[in-house]
Design a protein around this ligand. Structure first.
Ligand SMILES: Cc1cc2nc3c(=O)[nH]c(=O)nc-3n(C[C@H](O)[C@H](O)[C@H](O)COP(=O)(O)O)c2cc1C
Length: 300
């Protein structure tokens, strides 16, 4: 058994990548039942009763271990960590900020944590802060990105693996057995999968979002600037028109605050659909069990 599997307590080293504020106990439980590590997205959670309810709901549907993702900036992280620890959750991931202060809290509650990093310098800093593992996310990934220069998963994962002695999980660009095996060959002990699970049968994403992923071809995602951050989105006609227009400042056109409403309703003129470059490889909506079985199979 690898250190990662020991930490997660599941069968396969596949972590369900959190997606904004989108939560579905059914999806988390289905991922756990299929042998991977389901995750609640607690990064934007402010309602502690809702946090408790989600944890309970997952536990009604599965007795397998699951985790949660926290965003460093969330002021109620300590309360969320206590709810998770009380419920017996053993592992969390943390994103978007310096992990320095939260790791003593995670460890004091008897949990372990892996920090999501987008660059080599951030990986080094996270190790200094005492993280138990790293989720190393290359630039092809879905989700928030930095505005600085970034490397692909193919480059960033081995770079980090060579310099740390905690488990590394590769994130970004992985949707099938080829990506999974490539990540392991790069030295990662596991993978984090985001976009592929959005386009799953159990995902609560609206059909419009799932279809946008299925219809997304090579080169049809882009980094949308949000000021001090970027987010990877699927380019739609409205966004294409704005991108092609030299006078338009995209940071004034789209506000991240509208993303949950847009993504829940499929209104991608309000805010474009979030997804990774790997969308180009996703051609079918499948149950998570089939997705996970294909990922860990000997493959094509
Ligand atoms: C629409 C979208 C929203 C995301 N939101 C978050 C988030 O809130 N916190 C986080 O740590 N990662 C977030 N991610 C990143 C995923 O958890 C995961 O690491 C990433 O999707 C992996 O790359 P892939 O999309 O190529 O599978 C998001 C990804 C997507 C596609």
């Amino acid at each position: 058994m690898t250190a990662l599997l020991d930490m997660l307590g599941c069968r396969y080293p596949i972590i369900h990548g959190p997606v904004g504020a989108m939560n579905s106990s059914k999806l988390v439980a289905a991922i756990c039942e299929a042998g991977a590590f389901g995750m609640l997205a607690m990064g934007f959670m402010s309602d502690l009763q809702e946090a408790k309810r989600l944890v309970k709901e997952v536990q009604k549907l599965t007795d397998k271990p699951f985790g949660a993702n926290l965003s460093i900036m969330n002021p109620v992280n300590q309360n969320i960590l206590e709810i998770l620890a009380d419920a017996g959750v053993k592992a969390v991931t943390t994103s978007a900020g310096s992990p320095r202060h939260i790791y003593p809290q995670i460890h004091a509650l008897g949990m372990t944590g892996m920090h999501v990093v987008l660059s080599f310098p951030h990986a080094v800093k996270a190790i200094d802060a005492g993280v138990d593992g790293l989720v190393v996310s290359g630039l092809e990934s879905g989700g928030l990105r930095s505005t600085g220069p970034e490397s692909t998963t193919m480059v960033l994962v081995p770079l980090v693996v060579d310099h740390v002695n905690v488990p590394v999980v590769a994130a970004g660009g992985i949707a099938d057995s080829r990506g999974y095996r490539a990540a392991l060959a790069l030295g990662a002990q596991g993978v984090q999968v985001g976009t592929r699970f959005i386009a799953s049968e159990e995902s609560p994403a609206p059909t419009e979002w799932k279809n946008a992923i299925l219809n997304c071809g090579d080169g049809e995602t882009s980094l949308l600037p949000l000021g001090n951050l970027n987010i990877r989105v699927i380019v739609n006609p409205k966004l294409r028109e704005k991108m092609d227009s030299p006078d338009v400042d995209l940071t004034q056109e789209y506000n991240l605050i509208n993303a949950p409403q847009a993504w829940n309703s499929g209104d991608f003129d309000l805010f474009p659909a979030g997804a990774g470059q790997v969308s180009a490889l996703i051609k079918e909506i499948k149950p998570v069990k089939a997705i996970i079985e294909e990922i860990v199979s000997e493959g094509r």
